[in-house]
Design a protein around this ligand. Structure first.
Ligand SMILES: Cc1ncc(COP(=O)(O)O)c(C=O)c1O
Length: 410
């Protein structure tokens, strides 16, 4: 008989040392029921009733009229750019503090990414910087971007209304990358709502997952129709396979949509749990000198997809990398804040507007395990390791006068 595959690092180590992942999938228990229904109907191929139902339920959740489910969040962004007819050489301005999936599709179209720094208070695209840069571009050479792609970061919405208002002055469309923001709110609306198009990811590490998958939304039906057409190989509606242009195989499969339906039903619980986890980190670590947390912008509710802290090494006595390594020794996964796009070798030639804020968040930021399935005692393991470093640093930190003595006699 076939042995079940397991990826558990815990098998030979016991509960205490089981690996704690950053943000593993968290199933509701109902997924297999929907998958079974999909199997029973034999809709194993790409499209089928689960896809339709998932898109319908997602539209209700996100309070948008039109939704296309896709193979990934990256595919959704690519389709959005195609819908806007982004051409080789066009500029697309995007957040520098993001994951590469947000901006890789700009390069797929041979367009040119320009990176914009984050605002220190929200960590998302700085609207003031955008406003100044657009005004100066309009004044000097008139070269304006064809689209703007701000990212909602770690569960915090960007200041979308401000970004849309500034961009609208120049007639520039906004695609909001809300991959990390399922369950996030912005001015009482769902994250992404208010952009011409918004994109979401259901990758395995997100608040809810379809294992891999994404979605593109818009209030404009024509845009979603166009994206739907492009996502199914730009196939003309005739019985033989007729193509007037080249598209993609970017649809979500019926089986994965079945998982998505079950996951959507627990979204509110998952977000509430992530927010609780964040609060427990604040309670457990917030008193340590040099430790602060990602702020929550006043305009919305942060889903706390990931709990992120900032380490001031001078005050804490150890830097974020030392904490990451100490956690790793205890079989706990943590990750630096996204390395900004303007620091990525692949984008070395790209223009950047600002960048110092993203640089410093990258240097000091650490994402802690945040999965909604983790227990309080899992979390206490993390807190214990970080606190032990802090305590060590407190003991070791020399005062101005005793520095030499401590260094000489460790
Ligand atoms: C900000 C951001 N944009 C885009 C993506 C791409 O989504 P996917 O992995 O579903 O392609 C992700 C995550 O994976 C992301 O975090």
């Amino acid at each position: 008989m076939m042995q079940p595959l397991t990826a558990s690092h815990a098998d030979h180590r016991g509960e205490r040392t089981k690996r704690l992942y950053l943000s593993p999938p968290h199933m509701s228990g109902k997924e297999q029921e929907f998958i079974r229904q999909a199997f029973d109907s034999n809709y194993i191929a790409l499209l089928g009733p689960m896809v339709e139902a998932f898109e319908h339920e997602l539209a209700e959740e996100l309070e948008v009229p039109h939704v296309l489910s896709t193979a990934s969040g990256t595919a959704a962004i690519h389709l959005a750019l195609r819908c806007l007819d982004i051409r080789p050489g066009d500029e697309v301005w995007a957040s520098t503090l993001t994951f590469i999936g947000s901006v890789a599709p700009i390069v797929y179209e041979r367009a040119r990414p320009v990176f914009i720094d984050a605002n220190a208070g929200t960590w998302t695209l700085d609207p003031d910087l955008l406003s100044e840069a657009l005004a100066s571009a309009a004044k000097t050479n008139g070269r304006l971007p064809k689209a703007i792609v701000p990212t909602d970061l770690y569960g915090q919405s960007c200041d979308l209304d401000a970004i849309v208002e500034i961009s609208a002055k120049y007639g520039i469309p906004v695609i909001c990358d809300s991959a990390e923001a399922m369950g996030t709110t912005y001015r009482g609306r769902k994250a992404g709502s208010g952009a011409l198009m918004a994109t979401y990811s259901f990758n395995g590490n997100k608040v809810i997952t379809t294992s891999g998958g994404g979605a593109l939304t818009s209030a404009d039906e024509k845009l979603i129709q166009r994206a739907r057409y492009l996502s199914t190989q730009a196939r003309e509606p005739v019985v033989h396979y007729e193509h007037l242009e080249v598209g993609y195989n970017y649809r979500m499969s019926n089986i994965l949509a079945a998982i998505g339906i079950a996951q959507l039903r627990v979204l509110a619980d998952r977000v509430a749990r992530r927010q609780q986890i964040f609060q427990h980190y604040v309670d457990g670590l917030g008193d340590l000198p040099g430790i602060t947390f990602m702020p929550e912008a006043s305009y919305g509710r942060h889903s706390r997809w990931l709990s992120v802290l900032i380490v001031d090494a001078a005050q804490f006595g150890a830097d974020s990398e030392a904490i990451r390594q100490a956690l790793e020794v205890h079989n706990i996964e943590s990750r630096p804040v996204w390395k900004p796009m303007h620091r990525q070798p692949v984008f070395s030639g790209a223009r950047t507007i600002g960048g110092a804020v993203a640089d410093s968040l990258y240097a000091q930021g650490l994402c802690l395990p945040s999965g909604s399935g983790m227990t309080q005692s899992d979390q206490d393991r993390v807190i214990e390791v970080v606190r032990s470093l802090g305590a060590l640093s407190l003991r070791r930190r020399p005062s101005m006068n005793e520095g030499r003595a401590l260094n000489d006699h460790p």
